[in-house]
Design a protein around this ligand. Structure first.
Ligand code: ZN
Ligand code: ZN
Length: 143
């Protein structure tokens, strides 16, 4: 049984060939992957796969908590297997995604929770900016 199928079974979710295929593709990319790229790879194995099928499956996998979508801005998303708390810096120039660990200690979290009388159950943090290459390009353009 391939890993993706195991993931689906373990979480008690419906296992279909399409879902296994899509989850498997996301699983095999070590980082983050766009829906169009998933579609391109899925089509090689399952020629009748459509882009809307990929989008629909991604929505469901997201809702089930197996996959996470990272907002790259401008309605673009990257997908990854949901893992323990980590966050993303997204380059607004090229869309590169850098991961980092949650910078908030327990102390700050409990203080924030107390100050706002809020029970915090998760943190989602996306920082946007420019990677070194894009900064260099920008600097080059303005000269
Ligand atoms: Zn960049
Ligand atoms: Zn990530």
């Amino acid at each position: 049984m391939i890993k993706a199928e195991k993931m689906l079974r373990q979480s008690g979710k419906r296992v279909t060939r399409q879902r296994v295929l899509i989850l498997d593709i996301i699983n095999q990319t070590k980082g983050h992957i766009a829906a169009e790229e998933i579609y391109r790879l899925a089509k090689q194995k399952s020629p009748r796969m459509s882009l809307s099928t990929v989008y629909r499956a991604l929505q469901v996998l997201k809702k089930e908590g197996l996959v996470e979508g990272i907002d790259l801005g401008n309605d673009r998303y990257h997908y990854e297997i949901k893992r323990q708390d980590h966050h993303h810096m997204v380059c607004r120039g090229c869309g590169k995604v850098i991961e980092f660990q949650c910078p908030f200690g327990k102390e700050l979290m409990s203080r924030l929770a107390e100050e706002n009388d809020f029970e915090i159950t998760g943190v989602s943090l996306t920082l946007s900016g420019y990677c070194p290459e894009c900064r260099r390009k920008k600097a080059g353009n303005s000269n």
